[in-house]
Design a protein around this ligand. Sequence first.
Ligand code: DC
Length: 229
Amino acid sequence: MGISVTGRDVITVDGVGASGKSALARLLAKRLGYGHLNSGLLYRAAGWLMTRSGVDVNDADKVMIELSRHSITLDKDVESRTIVFIDGVACGDELHSSEVSLTASLVARYQPVRDKFTKLQREAFLPGGVVAEGRDMGTIIFPDARVKFFVEGRLEVRAGRRYEQLKGTPQEATREEISRDLAERDARDAERPIAPAKPAPGAVIVDNSDRPLDEVVEAMYRVVTGQSE
Ligand code: DC
């Protein structure tokens, strides 16, 4: 595998929910001087639109009609964080509530929803290199990426991490609720027929349960720069 057909270097970081893949992908992107594409935010923005409008997420046609009424676009801040805009307005924490996590995972099952975001993802932050993070970055969106990772982690560690993130915010929930929602969402994302969350062929599996974040990023950086055995 060489430089991607899109003419730039692409590293993919797929993985399960709350595995820490966003933080890993962002830090890796920063270190490489690349853009960080957090593709989950696109599905979260779509999910947020459905919760706000009350559209039945089991009706794919209605979901597409609602989506066609709005623009969803991307940019990045100085810390390489992806910012998603709905109709030109930047989204924030509201995209991380349990309700939006659930609706994002439900709308992500539909091929037309995924198609709507394909070009946006492939062209994000051109012309520089990109660390693309999500579920299908290495399998569907950037199949010719130079290096592919798949991030995993034990459920109790991931639920604990999400609990700490949400504590004190309006999205706060108990560890049990978070753990149950995560397990349900992971199963749906992994078992769906379209673009299931699974490691791409040749992906390097990263377990992000126990080691400090910096150490894991360092290990990934060494793989990307060809310094690991
Ligand atoms: O990465 P995340 O937890 O923010 O993603 C939210 C949901 O979006 C997740 O449940 C599955 C979906 N998703 C997807 O289907 N494909 C992607 N590339 C990224 C996210």
